[in-house]
Design a protein around this ligand. Sequence first.
Ligand code: URA
Length: 229
Amino acid sequence: MQLYRKFWLEKNLFMSLIVLGEPPSLANQFLNEIRGKDSQQDRLRFRRNLERMGEIMAYEISKRLSYKACLVTSPLASIKSRELISQPILVTVLRAGLPYFQGFLNYFDQADAGFIGAYRKEDGEELTINLEYLASPMVEGQEVILIDPMLATGKSFIRSINALLSHGKPAHIHLASLIASPEGIQHIKENLKIPFTIWTFSVDEKLDNRFYIVPGLGDAGDMSFGTKL
Ligand code: URA
């Protein structure tokens, strides 16, 4: 998959944006089904498509990780190969992140994982993020993949990372979204002070007045699990 990629170097901080939706691949077809107002009604398919997208993104991110030489012995002979030096730490935001996270876990199948309980609160024209739960391993010096399908305002990513920093400073943080908004990308650029890469399949048009991504897909948590009180 050839990637649309943008790099910035601001205040000596390495950051990049990688959009996996170009050139088109099967991922676009899965994303079409996730977005489509009729096709997304099939909850099992919606979750499974998110999981498949997570698998695709995990594979793409794996190309950026570090490998070491190893020797593999088949029943017939040995061959020199390469293997991951260490698995990244996977962290996801409850609850919308879960099916997408499962795709990453399928591929990084020995990874340590962390979980963050965060939810958005609309307060008139303001949106605040309440964070009430964090269970994570130490992340000091590690490659961390923070998995949340919708990069809308970017506030929940920043809030989650700030909480995660109490468990150490990652060497690099991969922000794994499915769909991103231009406003959210800008917010991350302005507020994240450690090296990072934003990964997404699509940068959509904008946020609406309720801070949902347009066209987006609606509410990812509701489509996966039903509406909550
Ligand atoms: N969360 C969602 O589920 N959808 C959006 O568009 C934004 C945040």
